[in-house]
Design a protein around this ligand. Sequence first.
Ligand SMILES: Cc1cc2nc3c(=O)[nH]c(=O)nc-3n(C[C@H](O)[C@H](O)[C@H](O)COP(=O)(O)O)c2cc1C
Length: 204
Amino acid sequence: MMVSGDGNARANLVNGKKRPDKVQVDVDQNVFMVYPRQSVLITSAHDGKVNVAAIAWTTVLSCKPPMHGFVVSPQRFTHQLVSGSKKFVINVPDRSIISQVVKIGSITGRKVSKFNQVDLTPIPSLAWGDQGPPRVAECPVHLECEVRQAIDIGDSTLFAGEVVSCSANASLIKNGLYQPGLFEIPYHLGGHEFVFNNLKIHSF
Ligand SMILES: Cc1cc2nc3c(=O)[nH]c(=O)nc-3n(C[C@H](O)[C@H](O)[C@H](O)COP(=O)(O)O)c2cc1C
């Protein structure tokens, strides 16, 4: 392959175009520099209390065993309930309940029932029935998880849970396989701002 002898000229090019100018950004802004992030509803239950919270800091952790994690501040009621029961459900909301997602993420369930406040419907989990956190009926997708590790990191805790049951709206299953990308998923941009996945599928 022929390369230009002019190293400086090449260093100023990225993909054949002028290299973008870079500026330093205050480290305080780091979090939102990896946004938007998919936001889910985590349900929890312990000692007769049931709760639901909006969570954007989630991740897949392992395939075998199947593990997912979420990160939550110890100030949240959710932290207290998940620490107590060692169970949580990841419910994936769709665009139709975005105003409820915002409200759920703005108030604590310590003194009020958020399910009543935002008019969402708790239904029993598949793994634990009424003996664990419920699923949110309005959400199309649910992962029921049992906590295997809780790791305090800085000002938050990572709850790592093994997935013991998955369920989804029947309309999202074709030939026994879950079809991602068939509904509009909210991604949090910060504050009260969200974007949604573009449902046009591109193959590369
Ligand atoms: C879209 C969205 C995403 C959020 N993500 C997180 C998160 O990842 N971790 C966290 O600790 N709080 C997060 N919050 C804030 C909690 O949802 C909020 O503090 C809530 O009131 C906690 O409820 P609880 O005290 O009933 O658990 C988020 C809020 C919104 C609106």
